[in-house]
Write a protein that binds this ligand. Structure first.
Ligand SMILES: [Zn+2]
Length: 311
């Protein structure tokens, strides 16, 4: 599914307007301690993707700390003393939001230390998911590159507000990065064209790929639901439903995720006699030195893996 540049620009322009119009109102007292421009400001991010976005905006001007290590699961993460110490010296905290950080752990860390917090999904149009009868916003919004651009603008706005003397620099970096994200989007659209429409079925462990699937014409199926938090509760009939869907739809490959134990998916693959097509980056990027260590890298590697096994 190819997205039209004109739509993107219109949507992007509107988003930009809304974000500029709704500049987060931070307590200006929070800034006074940073009047010494030689001091590096400190940014504490919840997830690896957000930390990567932030680094692309602030350069070396800020110290960027990420709470989650590569491969760690934000849904089930339990904060430790080190995290509280990092947040205690933060000038700004950034979270994904919509409860990606299970039980809002980043929000709580920031509130406990009385630090300003940016919620990246602010301004994103949510996909809705069912969570045990309750409708919730799907938090995995970064998998649509248009949403990733909104994350970038939210972060740019916040760091510029806190450090206005370098706002032009943050804006320049953001603009270049947004061009790269737009190029990534167009590249993904071209790559997935190699997969016939009927085979665009993405079976993964949990519902992380809803936005990706909507953007690029896939049907997303997962046995676990939107969060990995209640893994032990995967009902046998839910697993059986997936097995039947895989058979009915003639799915060729299913995919495990780097943040989650692969046992359940291996089980389903055995039962259906199909292959596990590889490992996808879902809620975290890859470790340092891997091809998936950046947002653009993780998206690229995911798409290459998906195309290779579903085309
Ligand atoms: Zn997730």
């Amino acid at each position: 599914m190819k997205r039209k540049p004109a739509n993107f620009i219109q949507c992007f322009g509107m988003t930009l307007f809304l974000l500029v119009a709704s500049f987060p109102a931070f307590d200006s007292n929070a800034l006074s301690q940073d009047s010494d421009s030689s001091k590096k400001l400190t940014l504490v991010c919840s997830t690896t993707q957000i930390a990567d976005f932030a680094r692309n905006i602030v350069g070396d001007r800020w110290e960027v700390i990420c709470v989650l290590a590569p491969g760690e699961d934000p849904h089930t993460y339990e904060v430790g003393n080190d995290d509280a110490l990092s947040v205690a010296r933060a000038d700004l905290c950034i979270e994904n939001g919509w409860n990606l950080e299970g039980h809002s752990w980043m929000k709580r860390l920031a509130a406990n230390a009385n630090k300003p917090l940016v919620t990246c999904v602010e301004g994103v149009k949510p996909l809705k998911l069912d969570a045990d009868g309750e409708t919730v916003n799907d938090p995995h919004a970064w998998f649509d590159t248009n949403n990733a651009s909104i994350y970038v603008l939210n972060i740019r706005n916040a760091v510029s507000k806190l450090d206005p003397s370098h706002a032009a620099e943050y804006d320049a970096r953001s603009k270049l990065y947004l061009i790269q994200i737009r190029a990534l989007d167009q590249w993904i659209a071209r790559q997935v064209n190699a997969i016939p429409k009927a085979r665009r079925i993405l079976v993964t462990h949990h519902d992380a790929f809803g936005y990706f699937s909507k953007a690029y014409g896939f049907q997303a199926i997962s046995p676990v639901g939107w969060t990995t938090g209640e893994l032990s509760g995967v009902a046998i009939d839910q697993k059986q439903k997936i097995v039947e869907q895989i058979r009915e739809l003639g799915v060729r490959s299913i995919f495990v995720e780097t943040t989650i134990n692969r046992e359940l998916l291996d089980d389903i693959a055995r039962e259906t006699g199909i292959t596990v097509g590889g490992e996808l980056y879902s809620d975290a990027m890859g470790g340092q030195g891997t091809a998936g260590e950046t947002y653009i890298g993780m998206m690229r590697e995911n798409v290459l893996t998906i195309v290779e096994h579903l085309k």
